[in-house]
Structure formats: structure tokens, C-alpha cells
Design a protein around this ligand. Sequence first.
Ligand SMILES: [Zn+2]
Length: 196
Amino acid sequence: MADEADPNTAAAGFSAAVNGGGRTVQECQDMIRKSFRTPMVKFLREHLEKSGCSLGENFVKAVHCDKLISGGYVRGEGIMVCSNHMSIQDEVNQVVIHELIHAYDDCRAANLDWANCAHHACSEIRAGHLSGDCHYKRELLRGFMKIRGHEQDCVRRRVMKSMTANPYCSEAAARDAMEAVWDICYNDTKPFDRAP
Ligand SMILES: [Zn+2]
């Protein structure tokens, strides 16, 4: 599932990068390797393995992306991180964690159908909530103010952005699906005991 890069973050990345265009594929691959030493990535990897889905060599690949997306997960292929839309290690960690949650959902639910708007929405809600994509520090960087209840608004906004890439879900269908599954999926924090 392709996840759209935040236009604000991407723009900041472009202006901050020396060459004006994010990271090279090689630099990004090194950053992915570093992300595998963080506790969150280690934890998710362990739980994928426990669920019978071990991550082979090159499961997470750095690639150049023409579309304004930060990364994606494709069943049977693995995770891609868009090197040209990355600038700092934290962004790479976030994308890897977010996409590993999609991989975990795909692993644990044999009948998961990415073309089903409710299934896709559920995984985006979980990935957005559990990855810390909407942590207030990252929201401040994007120029959104932290106010009470903002975390859920942020997750909703990002779920809708990710779902625009799904050709099977119109905007209205995506919104209806998201609201229908919100409570169940937002509160489903597996493999974590609670939201990290
Ligand atoms: Zn996603």
C-alpha cells in the first residue's frame, strides 16, 4: 500500500538536502539498516517472525519514487522506502515502522483484502496510530499545532491520504470505511500491549 509523503515534510526535505533532492538510494539503504537497530523495528520484526513471516534479506528496499509517496508495502515483494523523499533518520524509521505494521496485518490475517476499503482503512488506522506518525513533535514539524484530540485528527488525515492511492475506494467510500472501522481498529494495538 503506497503511503503519500506529507507535502510539507517532503518540501522541507528538499530544501534541507544539500543536493536539493533527498537522499540517494545507497544512503537510504544505510539508513534502513540503522532503523533495524531501533527497539520498535526489532520488536515488530520479532512479532512478524513469531507469526510465521520472517523478513528475508532485502525485505526493505530503498528506491527512487516518481510519485510523491514516502514508501509502501506490497504483498510478496516487501517494503519500499522512497530515498528521494527522505532527509533524516527519523523519517526512515517512521516509514519502516509504518510499513512493517501493514506487513504484520497482512501476515496475521490470511483473508486480508487490500482492495476492500474497510480492510485497507483498518490497517492504515493501525499503522498511523501505532507508528507514532502523529506524535506531536512530528506534527509540529509539519506545521500543525498540537491541541487536544489532534492525534486522532492527524491519523484520520493520513489514512485518507494513503487511501487516495487505492483505486477501489472513492473518497466517500474511504471516509465511510474509515469511520465504520475506526473504534475497533484504533483500539487494536497488536502486537503491542498498548499504543507505544
Ligand atoms: Zn500505510
